[in-house]
Unconditional design. Structure first.
Length: 448
């Protein structure tokens, strides 16, 4: 199938996930008012929670698949077999998982939508494994790019994603089949002092934290390659290196804590002195604290260095000017702020429907997708097309952020309408990117 190229598949995935992101309004409508908070508790009596989470997994599968295609190009993986295997895996995972998510509304194992998503998840495992194999081959060949921070960070990201995926598979097996084999129940009770359901909850928590850490870290490494990390010098290069070092430290720390949380009784409850502080959300939990100190601050240093110090561009009017170079930094700020302000305060797992949608679909998913689309546009689109996409996406992101902050701060419906306008602008930038990319007669990729 000579028409099936990584370029065409990448632009198609942008269109595909845009359509299904719009469909998330039917799964978890944030404009329904305060909603019934009990619908979002984690447990047997929460009918909507499962569908929301699995629908987000459907979107995330496409996101990771798109990132894998971009990474193959940016890190110049030489193996044809690796690249073709990743292309096939992305086709299966990226296309199937969102479809399965539409029908995977509850957890019985007879649900066809669940099995469609399981096939997609296994294809995603294949993508990550092949990516790591390709990166290891480049490392063993001693290529100069393999000794740089972007390459090392991307490799660590792939390893963390694989660990997170395996923990998610184990949790899904427990939830679906229970104590079968009985070795699972014995391990939970004897080694961890937990019931089987509590162990599954611990695995899910560890899986979530690892993915929340790995996806931004991987996106940062791709942005660094594309927006001039290799041409930084002086203070800006030192800023970027310190930022990358902090991000890598967080990946290692989060992996260690994830394994402890998933397979031991650590860390237990937070000290009562911390819990007693008035107004302190769970943001002070060890995982969140690590992400803030290392991932967020490191990312701010790195992306700021790229925005202000790239030797690759000199003026904001250049094709990789201000709107493109500054967007990754803007998305990290939006990701951090919205994640903090939508911390559930009612004791539920992900808060009310508006909180859940803002936190999961906007703060985490959409910010990462914007960066990937901008990277794709800057790499493959022609003329002033990347700048037009960049300005539209930046305007949409700022309007969405302003609307969400108004809504969260005041509860006014006007904030929701303003956010909707911003989301429409972002959607237009995605659809235009897909149209221009798929309609181009001949690809003209540009070097970084």
């Amino acid at each position: 199938m000579r028409w099936l190229t990584p370029r065409r598949l990448a632009f198609f995935l942008v269109f595909w996930v845009t359509i299904f992101f719009a469909g998330s309004l039917l799964v978890n409508n944030p404009f329904t008012g305060s909603g019934a908070a009990t619908n979002w508790d984690l447990g047997a009596g929460s009918p909507h929670y499962y569908w929301v989470v699995m629908y987000l997994h459907g979107l995330n599968t496409g996101l990771v698949g798109l990132a894998a295609l971009v990474a193959c190009d940016f890190f110049e993986l030489p193996s044809v077999h690796v690249r073709r295997g990743i292309l096939a895996g992305v086709l299966i995972a990226g296309v199937l998982s969102p479809i399965g998510a539409v029908f995977n509304t509850s957890a019985p194992w007879t649900n066809a939508g669940l099995w469609v998503q399981i096939v997609a998840f296994l294809a995603l495992d294949e993508i990550v494994i092949l990516f790591l194999w390709g990166m290891l081959s480049v490392w063993r060949d001693g290529a100069p790019r393999s000794r740089t921070f972007p390459f090392i960070t991307a490799g660590l990201t792939g390893a963390v994603m694989l660990v997170a995926a395996l923990m998610g598979h184990l949790a899904g097996t427990i939830l679906g089949f229970g104590d079968n084999p009985t070795l699972l129940g014995q391990y939970a009770s004897q080694e961890m002092g937990l019931s089987l359901d509590d162990w599954a909850a611990s695995l899910i928590g560890a899986h979530s934290y690892l993915m929340i850490t790995a996806v931004p870290a991987g996106v940062m490494s791709l942005a660094a390659v594309r927006f001039g990390y290799y041409r930084l010098h002086g203070t800006t290069k030192m800023m970027a290196q310190v930022g990358f070092a902090l991000v890598c430290i967080d990946l290692v720390i989060q992996t260690g804590m994830g394994l402890l949380i998933g397979f031991s009784s650590w860390p237990g409850n937070l000290p009562p002195q911390i819990l007693a502080i008035p107004g302190v959300p769970s943001f002070l939990a060890l995982n969140d604290a690590s992400n803030f100190v290392f991932l967020v601050l490191g990312g701010l240093l790195l992306l700021s260095a790229l925005a202000i110090g790239s030797g690759r561009v000199q003026k904001w009017k250049d094709r990789a000017g201000l709107p493109l170079r500054a967007l990754p930094l803007l998305m990290l700020v939006i990701f951090t702020v919205l994640t903090a302000v939508t911390e559930p305060a009612n004791g539920t797992a992900i808060g009310t429907p508006p909180q859940a949608w803002i936190r999961l679909f906007v703060a985490f998913y959409l910010t990462m997708l914007v960066v990937l689309v901008i990277l794709l546009a800057e790499r493959l689109l022609a003329g002033r097309q990347p700048l037009r996409v960049g300005w539209t996406a930046m305007a949409g992101a700022l309007v969405t952020f302003a609307g969400v902050m108004v809504y969260v701060s005041t509860g006014l419906a006007a904030g929701g309408y303003l956010a909707a306008v911003g989301l429409i602008l972002i959607g237009i930038s995605f659809l235009v990117t897909s149209w221009w990319g798929l309609a181009a007669a001949s690809p003209t990729p540009r070097d970084a």
